[in-house]
Design a protein around this ligand. Structure first.
Ligand SMILES: Nc1nc2c(c(=O)[nH]1)N[C@H]1C(S)=C(S)[C@@H](COP(=O)(O)O)O[C@H]1N2
Ligand SMILES: [Mo]
Length: 210
């Protein structure tokens, strides 16, 4: 996996057949071109970083009044909540009713106090992955800095100790091993966005490629 060429991956996905229409979607929860699974595949570009809780930090910087660096105790002392959500991956799997717990992005923003010029957010990670979104969308009430999945600490493969979770968008917008949140004036492409994924990634309108 570590030496996949990202361009080859994007080209292969562009040519992939859409998933067949789901007959098993009575509630209309599966976006077009997706198939339903009960599995939670692991998709990582490169090595899986292993970070222990003593060393873990979350840095918040950029266009904020109050730049932060939180250690684990400080992070876990913030208000947190549980959500149940459906997740959709651009590789075409969807899983429904996934249970997550985390600190809402809005709680972290409240501490950091974004300046009025801050309009975009870059998520940064152990390992170097990045992904970008407009600040407005990060304030959706289901956007979490997630530390538990299905009632247990988030497994390393899925981004533990913490990952961002942006359930309304394709899963590449949810950075695993999150260690930084940067508030920016203007938009900038993240890792996959640079290699041809869509800048936004709404599964309902199939914003797969840019
Ligand atoms: N740090 C990091 N975050 C990442 C990735 C990655 O390679 N590194 N891959 C992204 C992509 S493309 C997907 S589809 C999801 C996969 O999450 P999962 O492995 O928990 O299914 O993580 C996203 N977040
Ligand atoms: Mo992905």
């Amino acid at each position: 996996m570590a030496d996949w060429n990202p361009l080859t991956r994007v080209a292969r996905l562009r040519n992939a057949k859409p998933a067949r229409k789901n007959d098993d979607d009575p509630f209309g929860r599966i976006p077009p071109g997706q198939y339903l699974t009960n599995k939670f595949p692991v998709l990582t570009y490169g090595e899986t970083p292993v970070v222990n809780l003593e060393d873990w930090r979350l840095k918040v910087w950029g266009l904020v009044e109050n730049p932060l660096e939180l250690n684990w105790q400080e992070f876990r002392a913030l208000p947190s909540k549980e959500i149940v959500c459906d997740l959709h991956c651009v590789t075409r799997w969807s899983q429904l009713g996934m249970k997550w717990e985390g600190v809402p992005f809005s709680e972290i923003a409240k501490l950091a106090k974004p300046k009025p010029e801050a309009k975009y957010v870059m998520q940064h990670c152990y390992g170097g992955y990045t992904t970008n979104l407009p600040l407005d969308e990060m304030y959706e009430d289901d956007v979490l800095v997630a530390f538990n999945y299905d009632g247990r600490p988030l497994p390393t493969d899925h981004g533990g100790p913490v990952r961002m979770l942006v359930p309304k968008l394709y899963l590449w917008k949810s950075a695993k091993w999150l260690n930084g949140i940067e508030f920016m004036r203007s938009d900038k492409a993240g890792f996959w966005e640079n290699y041809g994924y869509h800048n936004h990634g709404d599964p309902w309108t199939e914003e797969r490629f840019g």
